[in-house]
Design a protein around this ligand. Structure first.
Ligand code: GCU
Length: 673
């Protein structure tokens, strides 16, 4: 195997410099050639060829030893630090007597250990340190691509994609040169990702056929991911037995349907023995599902789970099910309730290899939502939390919006109070999934700084307790090696708080949406107010917000266990940032912060737009920096111009809207239109 190095594509967090520490040393690898151990050998050989080091044989002096615990005999340096079981994908890192040791129980652990040494660079070869075990907190760490084969007339090729076309398909066919996919796999493995869904959850006609007569394309893509320990998953159409199999039903309890799924799945595994499984969006936004046959979502998921079980595969069944044809006049239907209403009663009915994939919030990847109550309501079900690395509602990769702080809050949320388990603990057997932000753009993610979100997602999925600023620091060090403190400081200043900055100039206090319908970019306060989508803010001359209390509203607060059912119910206790998600309040309502709701709206919108302008000014000072390079600097500068423009548009539309509705002037007399 050779390590691909692309020209014309940004190296992201694996530039050649990232391999200097390893590549300039003498490394002993004690493992067979099985995948991905063979990859580690190829990586080290490639790094040594570039930086002057060497792979050495057992018995020769080495600076770095990478070994499987099953190796016989274990080299002395490894034997000296070997300890308790490390488990699947885990590894141990130690430094003793001038030798750095990585030990793993399986080849995947060796791969992750190798990339940990890459991440630490010279520091991995410094002072002695005791053996430290590293284990992934979550079993499945997955990115979902919403890629289509064809260009969809409304959504484009990548649904909610802001980085160009698909890296898999072009002009309706699989790309001939898939080396970019291999490089992508390498980047993902370096963050800890071990699964990728390759196609859109809205499965259109051509993409449905990836399951059957276009399966060879999936096999080719899987071959690119395999060396880096990543299994490929496929989004499938629940009605495939009808659409592809010629049956007159897709009823999950019909024997012919069960057989069709079993047979079809057998063929998938014959072509791709390490295939990961299926992803399904059913009975959601027009996709077919079990409701058509009067069956439950557990029935639907289980027929696929049973087909996958003999092969060790899993089905990711999405909980994003709600009425998308609501009448805005109907105040009794609350979209936020839908997933819990549908799924919580089914707890315990899903097969063990069915994973319920739940969006982190009850609505739809908004800048600020409470954590979905489904995650705390299904102890008898394997749960995965779904995030959006792609910035559909958070600036569409035109705005700097570092999302790790939001994800950390979600993963650290404790449904049962400070002594209870966190979201990250509830999802250990299911995992963490996110919609990818990658396309065929030379920077991978459109906005070069959006690479940090992709990096951070993988790192948090591996270890949810990592701090967002520390992850960003790693990313900066790897991506811009040798650029020194000035760049590091600038990027922290731009990015650490950028999610909250974005929140300040967009929809206030957890009220959600207020975006342009359809494409979801830019402000439109009433854009969704009279639509079918169930996303309303109910602003009138007196106040704003959605009453989701049990006492007087939709009762959504009752989907949480105590203490949150009480905290969210209570106007006095509800956190400011979620106030309008849970309560309808007058504009003069005083927040915990001491200011009124309407004054808070004015203040945060002026502040947020001001911060965007400050970010641009700060970035401009960097001109001429050596590793950032002129092209990347120019791309970010252009995007910051757009961010500033858009933030001002948000500020002025939101502030003007509320001034006109409420008639309450800004106490500081600033310009509102
Ligand atoms: C959002 C998004 C859609 C997507 C859907 C989903 O509503 O706008 O493009 O299909 O989420 O997660 O299924």
């Amino acid at each position: 195997m050779t390590i691909p190095h692309l020209t014309g594509v940004h190296p992201a967090w694996l530039p050649p410099e990232a391999f200097v520490a390893i590549g300039s040393r003498r490394t002993l690898i004690v493992a067979d050639e099985s995948v991905p151990a063979g990859t580690v050998r190829a990586e080290v050989a490639d790094a040594c060829a570039r930086h002057g080091g060497a792979l050495v044989a057992p018995g020769e002096a080495a600076d770095l030893v990478l070994a499987l615990t099953s190796a016989e005999p274990l080299p002395p340096a490894a034997r000296a630090v070997a300890g308790p079981e490390l488990g699947a994908e885990g590894f141990l890192l130690a430094r003793r007597d001038g030798v750095t040791v990585v030990l793993a129980d399986d080849p995947a652990g060796l791969l992750y250990g190798f990339f940990e040494v890459v991440r630490q660079g010279e520091a991995a070869f410094g002072a002695p340190r005791p053996a430290e075990p590293y284990r992934p907190a979550l079993r499945r760490r997955m990115l979902d691509h919403w890629d289509n084969i064809d260009v969809h007339p409304v959504m484009g090729q990548v649904e909610r994609g802001y980085s160009g076309g698909s890296i898999f398909w072009r002009d309706g066919v699989l790309r001939e040169d898939l080396s970019r996919v291999r490089v992508y796999a390498r980047l993902l493995a370096a963050t800890g990702i071990n699964a990728v869904g390759i196609n859109n959850v809205n499965v259109h006609a051509s993409e449905a056929r990836l399951l059957t007569d276009r399966l060879a394309e999936v096999a080719e893509i899987a071959a690119e991911f395999r060396p880096y320990g990543i299994r490929v998953h496929l989004s499938v159409n629940f009605a495939s037995p009808v659409a592809l199999g010629g049956l007159d039903t897709a009823d999950p309890l019909d024997e012919r349907v069960r057989e069709w799924w079993a047979r079809t799945t057998d063929r998938v595994y014959a072509a791709i023995p390490d295939f990961g499984g299926f992803v399904v969006k059913a009975d959601s936004e027009g996709q077919p599902g079990p409701f058509a046959y009067g069956r439950s979502h557990a029935d639907g998921a289980n027929v696929l789970a049973d087909a996958l079980a003999p092969h060790g595969g899993v089905v990711h069944w999405r909980a994003f099910v709600y009425n998308h044809r609501q009448d805005w006049r109907d105040r009794s239907t609350d979209r936020a309730r839908a997933a819990h209403d549908h799924f919580a009663p089914l707890d315990g009915e899903f097969r063990d290899n069915a994973i319920l994939q739940v969006k982190h919030g009850p609505l739809d990847f908004q800048t600020r939502e409470p954590v979905s109550p489904v995650i705390g309501a299904m102890p008898g079900t394997r749960l995965a939390v779904e995030l959006q690395v792609t910035q559909e509602y958070t600036g569409q990769q035109r705005h700097v919006c570092y999302l790790a702080p939001m994800w950390s809050e979600v993963l650290g949320f404790r449904f049962w109070g400070p002594d209870g388990r966190a979201v990250a603990d509830v999802t250990t057997s299911g995992g963490l999934v996110a919609v990818s932000n990658v396309g065929d753009d030379p920077y991978w993610t459109g906005h070069p700084l959006a690479q940090a979100n992709l990096y951070a997602f993988g790192r948090l999925a591996w270890q949810p307790s990592l701090g967002p600023a520390a992850i960003l620091d790693e990313w900066i060090g790897l991506t811009f090696p040798g650029d020194g403190e000035a760049l590091r400081d600038t990027l922290h200043e731009l990015m650490d708080d950028s999610w909250r900055t974005y929140e300040r100039y967009t929809a206030p206090l957890g009220v959600c949406f207020m975006v342009r319908p359809g494409h979801h970019y830019g402000p439109d306060v009433d854009g969704y107010e009279y639509t079918q989508w169930g996303t309303y803010h109910f602003a009138d001359r007196d106040g704003i917000g959605v009453d989701r209390t049990r006492a007087t509203g939709t009762g959504y607060t009752g989907q949480y266990p105590a203490p949150w059912s009480e905290v969210y119910e209570s106007l006095a206790e509800c956190p400011d940032e979620l106030l309008l998600f849970f309560h309808h309040v007058p504009y003069g309502h005083v927040l915990h912060s001491g200011t009124t709701v309407v004054q808070h709206i004015y203040d945060t919108h002026f502040a947020g737009a001001g911060q965007a302008a400050a970010m641009r000014a700060r970035w401009a000072e960097l001109d001429g920096s050596k590793t950032v390079g002129a092209a990347l600097h120019a791309r970010v500068s252009e995007l910051l111009d757009e961010q500033v423009r858009s933030a001002e548009e948000w500020r002025d539309q939101v502030n003007t809207y509320f001034l006109r509705k409420s008639g309450v002037p800004d106490v500081h007399g600033r310009r509102i239109y």
